[in-house]
Design a protein around this ligand. Structure first.
Ligand SMILES: [Zn+2]
Ligand SMILES: [Zn+2]
Ligand SMILES: [Zn+2]
Ligand SMILES: [Zn+2]
Ligand SMILES: [Zn+2]
Ligand SMILES: [Zn+2]
Length: 303
């Protein structure tokens, strides 16, 4: 077979085609004294046939040795040829195509890790998805060491099984700011409790906000003694997550912003009962917000 006509950017004149297969006769072999032309493939077939000494076009004796026509060869090289690798934009002389194709970015390369093929210029893109590439656990990072045979990494194809079966670092997906990490099997239980606790905290915060918005300014800063109070600093067992109060009062140089401690660690999430009114005992808090919160909780818990 001659060179593929379709791979030239323009059509070639007939005298450059193989007279037997009608492909491009490159290199163009001169068969006989009449200078009939054939491609190398067709010449080999003629020489292997019983009539190997006769030109199929004129029946004259085949020249010995058969040479290529250098003039016709140069004429063919004057036409633009395209790369054998489909998505490549390269065009050039047919004589240069083989050298280009060896390093062409569009040539398909077989990945020795996963056996898939990819275009050589896309090696980085393939590496990002290669099933045989080494990766670390996206949830556990350094906490999840991979297999010893993979030098402490996982092969990407093994990662899903790790995440579903072995990984103890799966992150809570329901509450923003929750730092709990556990196994995939334990996630549903945690997340159910976590979202319930987060919802309760939000309700309490809204109640406080409403109360603060409706309260009138006092002349005496009754609650000033509780500013900077934290749960850990109290001995009376008040677990209400109130840290500061923003009730406007005279005498203060700045209006303090009320903030709430969100229960974000696993211990607090696992024990939402710490927010119940039943655990609030001891000295009543001077701050009217905390008072009303405690009353509200008692009402809602039916105590
Ligand atoms: Zn031919
Ligand atoms: Zn001939
Ligand atoms: Zn190419
Ligand atoms: Zn691969
Ligand atoms: Zn992991
Ligand atoms: Zn959580």
């Amino acid at each position: 077979m001659g060179a593929d006509k379709e791979r030239f950017t323009t059509g070639l004149p007939e005298h450059l085609l193989c007279e037997i297969c009608l492909g491009v006769s490159y290199p163009p072999m001169v068969l006989c004294a009449q200078e009939h032309i054939a491609c190398e493939g067709c010449l080999a077939q003629i020489q292997a046939s019983p009539a190997k000494n006769r030109c199929p076009m004129c029946q004259q004796a085949i020249s010995t040795p058969v040479r290529a026509s250098l003039a016709l060869k140069r004429a063919i090289e004057g036409y633009k040829y395209t790369c054998r690798h489909g998505e490549c934009d390269w065009t050039g002389a047919i004589s240069d195509e083989e050298g280009h194709a060896r390093d062409c970015g569009s040539r398909l390369v077989r990945c020795y890790r996963c056996d898939d093929s990819y275009m050589s210029k896309d090696w980085l893109g393939h590496w990002r998805v290669c099933a045989g590439a080494f990766v670390s656990c996206p949830e556990g990072r350094q906490a999840c060491v991979g297999t010893p045979e993979d030098c402490g990494f996982f092969k990407r194809r093994d990662l899903q099984a790790h995440l579903e079966n072995d990984c103890t670092q799966r992150k809570c997906r329901v509450t923003k700011g929750c730092n709990t990490r556990t196994t995939y099997a334990n996630l549903p239980d945690h997340e159910a409790g976590c979202s319930a606790a987060a919802k309760r905290i939000q309700e309490l915060e809204e109640a406080l906000r409403e109360k603060a918005a409706g309260a009138s300014p006092r002349k005496t800063p009754l609650h000033s003694q509780n500013v900077h109070l934290t749960n850990g600093g109290r001995s009376d067992g008040l677990h209400t997550p109130l840290r500061e109060c923003s009730l406007p009062h005279t005498g203060g140089s700045t209006s303090r912003k009320r903030t709430l401690d969100f229960a974000t660690d696993s211990a607090a999430i696992g024990a939402p009962s710490s927010l119940n009114a039943s655990s609030v005992t001891g000295t009543p808090v001077a701050c009217s917000i905390a008072d009303s919160l405690v009353k509200k909780q008692r009402r809602s818990s039916g105590a």
